[in-house]
Design a protein around this ligand. Sequence first.
Ligand code: UDP
Ligand code: MG
Length: 328
Amino acid sequence: MTAIPKAEKKQELISIIVPCYNEEEVISETLKRLKIFCSELTELDVELIFVDDGSRDRTRELLRNYASEDTRIKVICFARNFGHQIAVTAGIDAAVGNAVVLIDADLQDPPEVVHEMIAKWKEGYDVVYGTRTERPGESAFKLATARGFYRLLNKLSDVPIPLDTGDFRLMSRAVVDTLRAMPERDRFVRGMVSWVGFKQVALPYKRAERFAGESKYPLRKMLRFATDGILSFSTKPLQLSVALGMASAALSLIGIAYALFLRIFTNTWVEGWTALMIAVLFIGGVQLVSIGILGEYVGRIYSEIKKRPLYVVQEYLGFSNEGPKMSR
Ligand code: UDP
Ligand code: MG
């Protein structure tokens, strides 16, 4: 009896997502390192998805060349800059791998660490997130604010979000499919992945210095990112404004009692202007802060109900058909 030849077993696929915004100085080195990484992966196939987040330098041109030379490379070109978290989301929407890895373009997250992530995934973990043990080359300000932010976020958030952990991580298909089904506009990806659950594990790694170029997260973007993180994972700021209102009401009661006491039982009274100004300014401040907090949530509701697409793709390069479909 002749043996029926076995169909060759299809290898599992890993998708690596690299968001890029004005990264012309690092992108060729990043690709070089990623290719070395791919060549070391013998048991797995790899697709490299670069997301050009509306770069204004030569990033797109370079990516276009890479995609035409290598079939493993796919590029999603945004019509404008939509931000890091949205770029990552577009990559997740397009990825078809059994596992998906998010990695920065500036080589701060060493591709070699992904081998360890894959090993953990093979052990049965659904999310392997990189936790930074060291962050050389960052300013004292960035280190201190990042440290404070992750701790504050964890205190406020309803789901525990791991400390000192960025987006550098591996996720299984189950987690990716769940993420794709989450329709929200404010996408704080690292929080969303924690929210999903499944079996998650930390992988400590030493974060490298940026290979070249400047950080694409100026203070303005950092603040926006931090507010997004807190407001999309907690309603505690609203409780804070209630507490603030209560405290100011309690304080005013003390003031009222004091003023009445003086007026009724003594021959003096609280002088006018100073007391009035203090009261007016204090109440004004408390009210504006509370309205501001409320406004932040209302603004987010507004952008949710507009239901605009999360991002606009100008072109897909290297995809087999006209490109993947957006999941929401
Ligand atoms: N990035 C992006 N869109 C942006 C800002 C940043 O796609 O609007 C990408 C950037 O190219 C990099 C990653 O997000 O791959 C992290 O950015 P960066 O390294 O500048 O941030 P940092 O490490 O300084 O926090
Ligand atoms: Mg960086």
